[in-house]
Design a protein around this ligand. Structure first.
Ligand code: ADP
Ligand code: MG
Length: 818
């Protein structure tokens, strides 16, 4: 136990430090080395009930240092007067409990309430144990609330059971008698169970694979309801792995009433009817405890069912319409909570110190664009107009600029940089790797009027800015003295644009007057890094660029705190990359083709198949492929190897060599960088192409076609199925990254996108990401609520506030509610 005296001492010390912080404008300098060290020392000395401990645990993983000064102020205020809600959140964190994808109702904390363990229902102990084994993305099913929100993935329409004779291919259900069962003998369990079903109007065969226990349950001459997929086998209709349940009083009643009966995700040995009964008991005993999330006003505005009614109907709808209504309501809740979180976060950023006004005079813009060797595309103009509007402040811009590889994002970003420079502010450009940073250094220097870059500092002169400007390049390989010099120049305001990797810039660069931060390929970076970056200046404008197309609904959710601009048009005259599907037996042709290209002086990439299990195994496979190609196929060519287990410096070395044409073929895993520019590379050969997402294939394809020569993308697949080929044909037939991203979302779900799974912002249990309309409504209402009632005051908003805060806390997002 911690003695109260110790606790008070620690608390008093902290309160004193916070007072000093306040005086210093929350610059994290009140104690040497920053506050986090002090806080870490406190943690072990505080009792579990300490409000101070809860406040410390509430900090994001990167600690106090990662907060912006306004966030620190807010946190300090909470430490001084801990609010009730914060206590609950922190208390919940001490005893981890399963969290649904949305927030958790406050009422779950009440004893005997929604957190009642499932085993308290009048069900068998073994049933409770089996229920706990049901696999789902959000932790085990433990409480009655978890069971209430264990939603069915479909329903069987008992009102429309087909006669056996009229069963059609597709999903159908029927009421039938077992005419005969053919059970595999013992020792031959691999064989399927077969049964013949009849209802005196017709007969159909049913077959179950890998479910030998079925044979014992299907009693001859007994009636069951069968539901499942009907398909053709050997020219005859057949039920495949149907679910079944004995026709008894319960099923009779379903049939008589024409009920839609839920089918739940379950686990081996837990029949639907048992699970259904458990959910039924939870509904009967506990549904009335589920609090309403939404104020009546919002329900009316969006025409939504009430909470309890929606949950009831989602399990047991009286009609299809009712089901659709229930789905809409529950889906809305999921969208709404996440929109509240991202929009509140955005507000928190924007309400800090005002951002500088970086208005760009039309004459300067005009002269900048005339200095370019081309004219901007319409899409570039539109994106730039939105950016220039944002740059006038006072709210800091937070904009995501999406555009396919080669669509011309860099030029647009450079125009924004010109706006910063014209207003005597600095700009920073951050890239995920050294080599991309260097590429930006060269491109941006050239665009600003320097024909060549020279070392770490380049001076550029042009006729639209009234002075020469200095561009600095930060690299890990720089000499200590150069590093010091560059950093000093940035801090002194002598550098106008600093370009480097995220790591280098974040580490130790101080800016004299940072006005704009440009972040390339941000999908690899979290919220915390963005907050950190903001901390570097008073409140710089933020432009995030990505060449990874993200479907609109997904970006509204995961990057919902950013405004969105899309460059959806390539500059004219761009060559089209010739894409081909290569069947397994055509591999030798592909190798010959690759060799011809190399002999003509070009270079090629070979991408190794994706190995999901681990980067280590993937690296191993790449090493093997590299050896095989070097010795057996291309012993006379120069090969290089790149994989994820290599150190960043090693990767950079390999890429630099390849760019200098010191190798002909680069064998790589999927780590090959987005955005890397190697104009001499004309072939992208992708092994195991069917294992990649379509959008990712498109990314790979973008690595070639950067020069003047015709380029090629060859898709090899070791899965010769029609389905694999069909999927790859989509990549062959379109060059539109967004179309491919939408297709990916449809086929593979949201979890396939970089950073999306980790964000937790795209796990939906009911909502469909394709439901753009519902998402738009949720976003619009969330925005209005936050405008009108930013603190979510009032009884009607209490539950909403609780669940939003709870969800945000589970994602380490700090919101400015108090
Ligand atoms: P991204 O960063 O979106 O991949 P870049 O900005 O690097 O694209 O542009 C790719 C290439 O296209 C560069 O060589 C650039 O100079 C050129 N480019 C950009 N905009 C245009 C345009 N409107 N017309 C012609 N070429 C353009
Ligand atoms: Mg680029």
């Amino acid at each position: 136990m911690t003695s109260p005296a110790v606790r008070n001492e620690a608390e008093e010390r902290l309160l004193r430090v916070l007072k000093q912080e306040e005086r210093r404008g929350f610059d994290d300098r009140a104690v040497m080395g920053g506050l986090d060290r002090l806080l870490k020392n406190f943690v072990g000395r505080l009792g579990p009930q300490s409000a101070l401990l809860r406040a410390i645990l509430d900090l994001p993983p990167m600690g106090y240092a990662a907060l912006t000064p306004p966030q620190r102020r807010h946190w300090a205020e909470r430490v001084q007067n801990p609010p009730a809600a914060a206590k609950e959140v922190a208390a919940g964190r001490k005893q981890p409990r399963p969290r649904p994808a949305t927030g958790v109702p406050a009422a779950i904390h009440a004893v005997g309430g929604l957190s009642t363990p499932i085993s308290r229902l009048s069900i068998r102990e073994t049933t409770a144990q089996k229920i706990a084994k049901i696999k789902r993305g959000v932790g085990p099913l433990a409480s009655v609330y978890d069971l209430l929100t264990h939603y069915p993935f479909r329903h069987i329409d008992y009102g429309r059971l087909a006669k056996v004779a009229t069963l059609q291919p597709g999903d159908r259900a029927t009421l039938a008698r077992v005419a005969s069962v053919d059970a595999p003998f013992r020792g031959n369990r691999g064989r399927p169970v077969r049964a013949v079903l009849t209802d005196d109007y017709g007969r159909i065969e049913a077959v179950w694979f890998n479910q030998s226990w079925v044979a014992a349950q299907l009693k001859r001459d007994q009636w069951f309801v069968f539901a499942g997929k009907v398909g053709y086998f050997n020219g005859r209709l057949q039920f495949e792995n149907p679910e079944y349940e004995p026709a008894n009083e319960e099923t009779r009643e379903y049939i008589d009433r024409g009920r839609l009966v839920p089918v739940y995700p379950s686990t081996a040995g837990l029949p639907q009817r048992t699970l259904r009964r458990a959910v039924g008991l939870a509904l009967k005993g506990y549904l009335q405890l589920v609090p309403e999330l939404l104020p009546a006003e919002i329900r009316h505005e969006a025409a939504l069912l009430e909470q309890q009614e929606a949950i009831q109907s989602y399990h047991y709808p009286q009609s299809l319409d009712e089901y659709t209504e229930a789905e809409k309501r529950l889906g809305f809740d999921e969208f709404f909570i996440k929109q509240m979180v991202v929009l509140a976060r955005r507000r928190a950023w924007q309400s800090g110190a005002p951002a500088p006004n970086l208005s760009l005079a039309p004459e300067i813009l005009e002269r900048f664009t005339t200095s370019l060797p081309f004219s901007l595309t319409g899409a570039q103009e539109r994106a730039l107009a939105a950016i220039l509007r944002d740059l006038r402040g006072p709210a800091p811009m937070s904009r995501l600029l999406q555009g396919d590889v080669g669509s011309g994002k860099t030029v647009v970003a450079t125009a924004a940089i010109v706006a910063a420079l014209a207003n005597s502010h600095q700009a920073v450009v951050m890239a995920p790797t050294e080599i991309l940073a260097e590429q930006h250094y060269q491109t941006i220097s050239r665009l600003l009027g320097a024909p060549e870059t020279a070392g770490a500092l380049t001076t550029a002169g042009n006729d639209y800015l009234d002075r020469p400007v200095t561009i600095a390049h930060l690299t890990g390989g720089q000499k200590g003295s150069t590093k010091k010099e560059v950093r000093a120049a940035i801090a002194a305001g002598e550098v106008d644009v600093a370009i480097g990797t995220h790591a280098l810039v974040e580490e130790s660069v101080d800016f004299a007057r940072l006005g704009l931060a440009v972040v390339d390929e941000q999908h690899r970076f979290g919220v915390v890094q963005r907050d950190r970056l903001k901390k570097k200046g008073e409140s710089p404008h933020l432009l995030v660029m990505t060449a990874t197309p993200i479907p609109r609904t997904l970006s509204l959710t995961v990057y919902g705190d950013l405004d969105n601009s899309i460059i959806d048009e390539l500059p004219p005259g761009r060559q089209r990359i010739e894409t081909r599907y290569v069947a397994p037996y055509d591999r030798p042709w592909a190798y010959t083709f690759l060799r011809e290209q190399v002999q003509a002086g070009r270079q090629a990439f070979v991408i190794c198949p994706l190995v999901e299990e681990s980067e280590t195994i993937e690296a191993k496979a790449a090493v093997q492929e590299y050896q095989r190609l070097s010795t057996e196929i291309f012993p006379d060519l120069r090969l290089a190897l790149l994989h994820g287990r290599m150190k960043p410096a090693e990767k950079d070395r390999v890429m630099t060599e390849f760019r200098a044409a010191d190798a002909d073929i680069l064998v790589s895993t999927s780590v090959i960088e987005v955005g890397i520019d190697i104009p001499n590379a004309t072939v992208m050969l992708i092994e195991g192409a069917d294992r990649f997402g379509l959008a990712q294939l498109h990314q790979f394809r973008g690595r070639v076609g950067r020069g003047s020569e015709q380029s090629f993308c060859l898709l090899l697949s070791d899965d010769p199925s029609d389905e694999a080929k069909e999927r790859l044909d989509v990549v062959v037939s379109t060059n539109d990254g967004f179309k491919l991203a939408e297709e990916d979302l449809r086929i593979r779900g949201a979890g396939e996108y970089y950073g999306v799974r980790q964000s937790g912002l795209a796990d939906f249990r009911v909502a469909q990401l394709s439901d753009e309309g519902l998402l738009a409504t949720a976003r619009q209402i969330a925005d209005r609520v936050l405008t009108e009632n930013p603190q979510l005051e009032g009884e009607e908003y209490a539950e909403l506030k609780h669940q939003v805060t709870d969800f945000a806390a589970s994602r380490n997002i700090i919101l400015a509610f108090h």
